[in-house]
Structures are given as structure tokens and as C-alpha cells.
Design a protein around this ligand. Structure first.
Ligand SMILES: *Cc1c(COP(=O)(O)O)cnc(C)c1O
Length: 367
């Protein structure tokens, strides 16, 4: 069986170093917000090319707290409209509604899966206050153009980078284009902890100052609370693990990119539509998502041949029970994508032979 993502084998590559990192924390006797978190924040900010990184408990909190901080700073208020791609993972949209802001779901570009300028432009109203681009599947959005549009309309930009650690376009990394970038280090992400973890990056000192308080009960100084904050702290063990894995992230990304290149060159079945990149060599291929009008049949065929696949995502957010208020919206591109997408294995530990086998089986598929 070629597993979709073998986390056991991925982490086994670094077993000794991960154990050493955990031991260091156990021996220190300090488990929350200490030297490891500080060091990881500095290392991750440097890796991304940002001034600050703020460790938090998970990726959803990274998104929620950034929007919350902009509310505290008076840059957003309840009811403001935030433009977000309709085909994203639900977390991007939950972060907006959690803050009592209004998500404006817009269609993605069908070939690239990300926000297109055209769809953003037609969604802008006098109530629009921010754009939340999601670099879905590790493919970066057209950030230069999005930032120009945001400047023209005086909009905030929060990048959802949960699937795009290290992705780059025009020489600038994901998360450094907008006012802030929100990252998840959920175990299956390109940079994955051994549990939940997340971070926000920003060059904005004012935003940074609010965020470091919000994640810690709204407090800058012990027992003195400036905001009604939350507990969303990154712990020392996860930070120590992320410090180890960050050192290997570029190497792992290169392996994903090599596999993606082979898939793009060698899969040539007319029943299968391959993804299109805006920045081929700089996408980080969190997922390799293909499209076909015969998805169930293809998934069964791959399974019979020992290839595990997943669907990202089977149900659109506007069709979820949680968002009945959106159920009447017509988003035909988004709905079609949810019927046609299927994610094939791509991971830093796949062998050349496994990649060849996946290609061979995909090319054999007939309707
Ligand atoms: C994983 C993910 C999140 C949420 O991250 P968690 O750490 O699971 O909270 C947000 N947005 C996108 C696009 C994701 O893929």
C-alpha cells in the first residue's frame, strides 16, 4: 500500500533529534512560554523573512486572534465584510464568523484553486474591510496583484498559510505580503509538530504587541490584563520539536517539488486534469490535487491498486450544517471542485519507484 502520508516514517527520520529536544525540555522544568518558544519564534520569523513570529496553540487560533487583534486596534468592527475563497478548509471561514465579521465567499480560479483578482474585485463593497487569501494545497495566491488591489481599496490582508510554509512568489514568502500570515503546525502540515501548534508572522509592531497579550489572557504583564484574552499558548515541547523540523523543511519541500514535477510531466491521461501553478518551482505542494469527472471510479481504482487517496474537501462550507445561512448561495465553480478533486500521495519520503507506480496506475485509468 502506498499510504497518503506516512507520518510515522516522516518523523522517524528525525527520531534521535526529536527525543533529544524533548529531553532538554523535560530537564529544564519549564514547559510553557520559555526559551524554546522564544527561539522557535525567532527562527521561524527569520525563515519566513518577517520581523515577528508569535507562537499560538493552533492554526485556527492564529487566524482568529489576528482578526481579533485588528478589532482591538479599531481596524475592524463587527459586521465588516471579509473576502475569502469559498473552496477553503472551514477554519478560514470559522475565524471570520467567530469574530462576528461577515465572510463573503467568492469563487476560486478553477485551474489554480486560489482567489482570482476578478472574483475579489466583483465582491468588493463599501463594507469590505479585509481579504483573507488562502494558499490552498501549498499553491501561493497572486499576492502582488492582491496587495495592489488591497492598497487601492484600503483593505487589510490576512494570509492563511496553514498549507504553504515556505511557499514563495516574486521572491517573497507566503505570510509576508499581507499585514499578517497565519500558520498551522498540525502534524500533517508541511511543518508539523507532534500535536497542535500554530503561529502568526507580521512586520507590524503594533499588531505584534496586541497578539502577544491576546494569546496569554490579554496580559503583557503578569496579573495585569489589558484585553479579554484567551489561553492560546504554544508549549515548550512542541516548540522544541518544531525547531528540529524547521531545519529540514526546505529539503522536504524540495522532495515534494521533485515529485510534483514528475507528476506534472508524466501523468498524461486525458480523463485527469492536472493542477496549474502560478509559481511552479516555488509552490510547496502540501497536497497534489487532480480533477476528474470520474472521481469515485478513480478513487476505487487507485485503492484496488494499493494507492491511498483523500478528498480535500468533500463538502463545501456553504453546504455545511454549520453554515445554513449560506446554503442558497450559488457557487458553481466551488461546487464542481468539491465533486471533482482528489488528492494523490505526495510526501517527502515517497520513493522514486512509488512515484513511478502512482503515475503508471493513473495513466492506466479508463472510464
Ligand atoms: C489546517 C488548516 C487550518 C487550521 O489549522 P489547525 O492547526 O488545524 O487549527 C486553517 N486553514 C487551513 C487552510 C488549513 O489547512
Amino acid at each position: 500500500m502506498i499510504p497518503f502520508l506516512d507520518l510515522k516514517a516522516i518523523n522517524a527520520q528525525y527520531r534521535e533529534e526529536l527525543i533529544e529536544a524533548c529531553s532538554r525540555v523535560i530537564d529544564s522544568g519549564w514547559f510553557v512560554h520559555g526559551v524554546e518558544v522564544k527561539a522557535f519564534e525567532a527562527e521561524f520569523a527569520a525563515y519566513c523573512g518577517a520581523k515577528h513570529a508569535i507562537g499560538v496553540a493552533n492554526g485556527l487560533d492564529a487566524l482568529i486572534l489576528t482578526l481579533r487583534a485588528w478589532k482591538e486596534l479599531g481596524k475592524l468592527k463587527e459586521g465588516d465584510e471579509i473576502i475569502v475563497p469559498a473552496n477553503t478548509y472551514i477554519a478560514s471561514i470559522l475565524a471570520i464568523s467567530e469574530n462576528k465579521l461577515t465572510p463573503i465567499l467568492v469563487e476560486p480560479d478553477a485551474e489554480n484553486f486560489n482567489l482570482s483578482l476578478k472574483s475579489i474585485t466583483s465582491a468588493i463593497t463599501s463594507k469590505t474591510k479585509a481579504i483573507l487569501p488562502v494558499h490552498l494545497y501549498g499553491k501561493i495566491s497572486p499576492m502582488k496583484e492582491i496587495m495592489a488591489l488591497a492598497r487601492e481599496h484600503n483593505l487589510l490582508v490576512l494570509e492563511d498559510c496553514a498549507q504553504s510554509h515556505g511557499a514563495m512568489i516574486a521572491g517573497k514568502k507566503a505570510g509576508t505580503w499581507g499585514g499578517a500570515g497565519a500558520f498551522s503546525f498540525y502534524p500533517g502540515k508541511n511543518l508539523g509538530a507532534l500535536g497542535d501548534a500554530g503561529a502568526i508572522i507580521t512586520n507590524d509592531d503594533e499588531l505584534y504587541n496586541v497578539l502577544i497579550a491576546l494569546r496569554n489572557y490579554g496580559s503583557h504583564e503578569k496579573y495585569k490584563n489589558n484585553y479579554k484574552g484567551v489561553n492560546s499558548r504554544l508549549d515548550e515541547i512542541q516548540a522544541s520539536i518544531l525547531r528540529v523540523k524547521l531545519r529540514f523543511l526546505d529539503e522536504e519541500t524540495e522532495r515534494r517539488q521533485r515529485i510534483a514535477r514528475r507528476y506534472l510531466q508524466e501523468i498524461n491521461n486525458p480523463l485527469i486534469k492536472l493542477p496549474i501553478s502560478l509559481a511552479k518551482e516555488e509552490d510547496v505542494w502540501h497536497l497534489f490535487v487532480i480533477r476528474t469527472g470520474y472521481r469515485d471510479k478513480l478513487q476505487k481504482f487507485l485503492d484496488e491498486n494499493g494507492i491511498q487517496t483523500l478528498i480535500h474537501y468533500p463538502i463545501a462550507v456553504h453546504k455545511q450544517q454549520a453554515y445554513l445561512e449560506f446554503q442558497d448561495q450559488s457557487l458553481p465553480i466551488t461546487e464542481l471542485l468539491h465533486e471533482e478533486v482528489i488528492s494523490i500521495p505526495i510526501s517527502p519520503i515517497m520513493t522514486d519507484a512509488e512515484v513511478s507506480f502512482v503515475i503508471e496506475i493513473l495513466n492506466k485509468f479508463r472510464k
